[in-house]
Design a protein around this ligand. Structure first.
Ligand code: URA
Length: 216
Protein backbone atom coordinates (compact mmCIF):
# COMPACT_ATOMS: atom_id res chain seq x y z
CA UNK A 1 0.00 0.00 0.00
CA UNK A 2 1.62 3.29 -0.97
CA UNK A 3 1.64 6.04 1.63
CA UNK A 4 0.87 8.58 -1.10
CA UNK A 5 -2.34 6.80 -2.12
CA UNK A 6 -3.43 6.45 1.50
CA UNK A 7 -2.73 10.13 2.19
CA UNK A 8 -4.51 11.18 -0.93
CA UNK A 9 -7.62 9.16 -0.01
CA UNK A 10 -7.59 10.55 3.52
CA UNK A 11 -7.33 14.06 2.15
CA UNK A 12 -10.25 13.46 -0.21
CA UNK A 13 -12.32 11.91 2.57
CA UNK A 14 -11.81 14.94 4.80
CA UNK A 15 -12.66 17.35 2.00
CA UNK A 16 -15.72 15.39 0.95
CA UNK A 17 -17.08 15.50 4.51
CA UNK A 18 -18.01 19.16 3.99
CA UNK A 19 -19.01 18.93 0.31
CA UNK A 20 -21.77 21.38 -0.66
CA UNK A 21 -21.45 20.94 -4.44
CA UNK A 22 -25.06 19.78 -4.86
CA UNK A 23 -28.13 20.10 -2.62
CA UNK A 24 -28.04 16.50 -1.37
CA UNK A 25 -25.89 17.38 1.67
CA UNK A 26 -28.84 19.31 3.17
CA UNK A 27 -30.91 16.26 4.04
CA UNK A 28 -28.30 13.54 4.37
CA UNK A 29 -26.78 12.75 7.75
CA UNK A 30 -23.24 12.73 6.43
CA UNK A 31 -21.03 12.16 3.41
CA UNK A 32 -20.47 8.45 2.91
CA UNK A 33 -17.01 8.08 1.41
CA UNK A 34 -15.49 4.91 -0.01
CA UNK A 35 -13.49 2.43 2.03
CA UNK A 36 -10.99 -0.33 1.46
CA UNK A 37 -7.30 -0.77 0.75
CA UNK A 38 -5.70 2.12 -1.10
CA UNK A 39 -3.85 -0.39 -3.30
CA UNK A 40 -6.91 -2.51 -4.16
CA UNK A 41 -6.85 -4.10 -7.62
CA UNK A 42 -10.62 -3.91 -7.77
CA UNK A 43 -12.96 -1.03 -7.04
CA UNK A 44 -16.71 -1.59 -6.68
CA UNK A 45 -18.91 1.41 -7.39
CA UNK A 46 -22.55 1.52 -6.29
CA UNK A 47 -25.14 4.24 -6.74
CA UNK A 48 -25.42 6.17 -3.49
CA UNK A 49 -25.62 5.35 0.22
CA UNK A 50 -28.95 4.02 1.42
CA UNK A 51 -30.72 4.67 4.72
CA UNK A 52 -28.38 2.46 6.79
CA UNK A 53 -25.25 3.71 5.09
CA UNK A 54 -26.30 7.31 5.65
CA UNK A 55 -26.59 6.64 9.39
CA UNK A 56 -23.47 4.47 9.66
CA UNK A 57 -21.27 6.62 7.40
CA UNK A 58 -20.02 3.54 5.54
CA UNK A 59 -20.90 2.17 2.07
CA UNK A 60 -22.89 -1.03 1.55
CA UNK A 61 -23.63 -1.95 5.16
CA UNK A 62 -27.43 -2.28 4.78
CA UNK A 63 -29.52 -5.00 3.07
CA UNK A 64 -27.92 -4.45 -0.37
CA UNK A 65 -24.50 -4.61 1.27
CA UNK A 66 -25.30 -7.91 2.98
CA UNK A 67 -26.37 -9.38 -0.35
CA UNK A 68 -23.25 -7.98 -2.01
CA UNK A 69 -21.06 -9.54 0.71
CA UNK A 70 -22.68 -12.93 0.16
CA UNK A 71 -22.33 -12.72 -3.62
CA UNK A 72 -18.69 -11.65 -3.37
CA UNK A 73 -17.95 -14.56 -1.04
CA UNK A 74 -19.74 -16.98 -3.37
CA UNK A 75 -17.71 -15.58 -6.27
CA UNK A 76 -14.48 -16.13 -4.35
CA UNK A 77 -13.78 -12.43 -3.90
CA UNK A 78 -12.65 -11.17 -0.51
CA UNK A 79 -14.45 -7.88 0.22
CA UNK A 80 -11.66 -6.82 2.55
CA UNK A 81 -9.33 -6.67 -0.47
CA UNK A 82 -11.68 -4.57 -2.56
CA UNK A 83 -12.24 -0.80 -2.45
CA UNK A 84 -15.98 -0.11 -2.18
CA UNK A 85 -17.55 3.24 -2.95
CA UNK A 86 -20.49 4.99 -4.59
CA UNK A 87 -21.02 7.31 -7.53
CA UNK A 88 -22.89 9.75 -5.28
CA UNK A 89 -21.77 10.28 -1.68
CA UNK A 90 -24.99 11.52 -0.06
CA UNK A 91 -28.29 9.69 0.46
CA UNK A 92 -31.07 11.09 -1.72
CA UNK A 93 -34.49 10.25 -0.37
CA UNK A 94 -38.10 11.28 -0.05
CA UNK A 95 -39.60 11.31 3.47
CA UNK A 96 -42.68 9.07 3.67
CA UNK A 97 -44.00 9.08 7.23
CA UNK A 98 -41.18 7.76 9.38
CA UNK A 99 -39.46 6.17 6.40
CA UNK A 100 -36.96 7.62 3.98
CA UNK A 101 -37.55 6.29 0.49
CA UNK A 102 -34.60 6.04 -1.88
CA UNK A 103 -34.68 8.48 -4.81
CA UNK A 104 -32.41 8.11 -7.79
CA UNK A 105 -29.80 10.84 -8.16
CA UNK A 106 -30.17 12.95 -11.30
CA UNK A 107 -27.57 13.36 -14.05
CA UNK A 108 -26.25 16.63 -12.57
CA UNK A 109 -25.80 15.15 -9.10
CA UNK A 110 -24.07 12.10 -10.56
CA UNK A 111 -21.72 14.22 -12.64
CA UNK A 112 -20.73 16.73 -10.01
CA UNK A 113 -20.18 14.07 -7.35
CA UNK A 114 -18.18 11.71 -9.51
CA UNK A 115 -16.05 14.51 -10.92
CA UNK A 116 -15.22 15.78 -7.45
CA UNK A 117 -14.81 12.56 -5.52
CA UNK A 118 -15.08 9.31 -7.48
CA UNK A 119 -12.44 10.32 -10.01
CA UNK A 120 -10.15 11.26 -7.14
CA UNK A 121 -10.67 7.87 -5.52
CA UNK A 122 -9.93 6.15 -8.82
CA UNK A 123 -6.78 8.18 -9.30
CA UNK A 124 -5.55 7.43 -5.79
CA UNK A 125 -6.34 3.70 -5.79
CA UNK A 126 -5.57 3.10 -9.49
CA UNK A 127 -7.51 -0.19 -9.62
CA UNK A 128 -6.96 -2.59 -12.51
CA UNK A 129 -10.67 -3.10 -12.80
CA UNK A 130 -13.73 -1.14 -11.70
CA UNK A 131 -17.05 -2.91 -11.23
CA UNK A 132 -20.09 -0.74 -11.92
CA UNK A 133 -23.01 -1.98 -9.82
CA UNK A 134 -26.03 -0.81 -11.78
CA UNK A 135 -26.94 2.00 -14.14
CA UNK A 136 -25.98 5.02 -12.02
CA UNK A 137 -22.46 3.72 -11.43
CA UNK A 138 -22.09 2.81 -15.11
CA UNK A 139 -23.27 6.27 -16.16
CA UNK A 140 -20.97 8.04 -13.72
CA UNK A 141 -17.96 6.11 -15.00
CA UNK A 142 -18.75 6.15 -18.72
CA UNK A 143 -20.09 9.73 -18.73
CA UNK A 144 -23.17 8.55 -20.63
CA UNK A 145 -26.08 6.19 -19.98
CA UNK A 146 -25.06 2.52 -20.34
CA UNK A 147 -27.84 -0.10 -20.68
CA UNK A 148 -26.97 -2.58 -17.94
CA UNK A 149 -28.78 -5.70 -19.11
CA UNK A 150 -27.25 -5.72 -22.60
CA UNK A 151 -23.74 -4.96 -21.29
CA UNK A 152 -23.62 -6.96 -18.09
CA UNK A 153 -20.64 -9.24 -17.70
CA UNK A 154 -18.78 -7.16 -20.31
CA UNK A 155 -15.72 -5.04 -19.65
CA UNK A 156 -15.99 -1.57 -21.20
CA UNK A 157 -12.65 -0.06 -22.13
CA UNK A 158 -13.16 3.67 -21.71
CA UNK A 159 -11.24 6.37 -23.58
CA UNK A 160 -9.71 7.37 -20.23
CA UNK A 161 -8.09 3.93 -20.07
CA UNK A 162 -10.41 2.78 -17.27
CA UNK A 163 -11.71 -0.77 -17.53
CA UNK A 164 -15.23 -1.15 -16.20
CA UNK A 165 -17.10 -4.40 -15.68
CA UNK A 166 -20.83 -3.81 -15.87
CA UNK A 167 -23.23 -5.69 -13.66
CA UNK A 168 -26.53 -5.18 -11.87
CA UNK A 169 -27.07 -3.41 -8.56
CA UNK A 170 -27.75 -5.79 -5.65
CA UNK A 171 -30.86 -3.76 -4.72
CA UNK A 172 -32.42 -4.87 -8.01
CA UNK A 173 -32.20 -8.44 -6.72
CA UNK A 174 -33.79 -7.48 -3.42
CA UNK A 175 -36.81 -6.08 -5.28
CA UNK A 176 -37.60 -9.38 -7.03
CA UNK A 177 -40.56 -11.22 -5.53
CA UNK A 178 -40.58 -14.56 -7.33
CA UNK A 179 -38.23 -17.09 -5.68
CA UNK A 180 -37.09 -18.61 -8.96
CA UNK A 181 -36.37 -15.18 -10.46
CA UNK A 182 -34.46 -14.28 -7.32
CA UNK A 183 -32.33 -17.43 -7.45
CA UNK A 184 -31.55 -16.99 -11.13
CA UNK A 185 -30.72 -13.30 -10.76
CA UNK A 186 -28.46 -14.05 -7.79
CA UNK A 187 -26.61 -16.79 -9.70
CA UNK A 188 -26.12 -14.45 -12.67
CA UNK A 189 -24.79 -11.73 -10.34
CA UNK A 190 -22.31 -14.15 -8.76
CA UNK A 191 -21.27 -15.23 -12.24
CA UNK A 192 -20.56 -11.60 -13.20
CA UNK A 193 -18.52 -11.13 -10.02
CA UNK A 194 -16.64 -14.37 -10.67
CA UNK A 195 -15.30 -12.92 -13.86
CA UNK A 196 -13.38 -10.38 -11.72
CA UNK A 197 -11.19 -13.25 -10.55
CA UNK A 198 -10.83 -14.62 -14.06
CA UNK A 199 -9.96 -11.25 -15.58
CA UNK A 200 -7.34 -10.49 -12.98
CA UNK A 201 -5.89 -13.98 -13.12
CA UNK A 202 -5.61 -13.81 -16.90
CA UNK A 203 -3.86 -10.46 -16.72
CA UNK A 204 -1.47 -11.36 -13.98
CA UNK A 205 -0.76 -14.76 -15.47
CA UNK A 206 -1.29 -16.16 -11.99
CA UNK A 207 -3.41 -19.06 -10.87
CA UNK A 208 -4.98 -16.93 -8.15
CA UNK A 209 -4.63 -13.15 -7.94
CA UNK A 210 -4.03 -11.42 -4.63
CA UNK A 211 -7.53 -9.93 -4.22
CA UNK A 212 -9.13 -13.35 -4.28
CA UNK A 213 -9.81 -16.05 -1.76
CA UNK A 214 -9.91 -19.74 -2.56
CA UNK A 215 -13.39 -21.12 -3.17
CA UNK A 216 -12.45 -24.68 -2.76
N1 URA B 1 -26.76 1.06 -2.44
C1 URA B 1 -25.66 1.63 -3.00
O1 URA B 1 -25.60 1.87 -4.19
N2 URA B 1 -24.66 1.94 -2.20
C2 URA B 1 -24.65 1.70 -0.90
O2 URA B 1 -23.66 2.03 -0.24
C3 URA B 1 -25.79 1.09 -0.35
C4 URA B 1 -26.84 0.77 -1.14
Amino acid sequence: MTAAATDSLEHLRREAASCRACPLWKNGTQTVFGEGPSDAQIMLVGEQPGDREDLAGRPFVGPAGLLLNRALADAGVNRARVYVTNAVKHFKFEPRGKRRLHKRPNAGEIKVCSTRWLLGEIEAVAPQLIVALGATAAQSLAGRPVPVQSNRGEVLELASGLRVLITVHPSALLRLRDEKDKREAYDAFVQDLRSIAQILAREAGLARPSGMVSTG
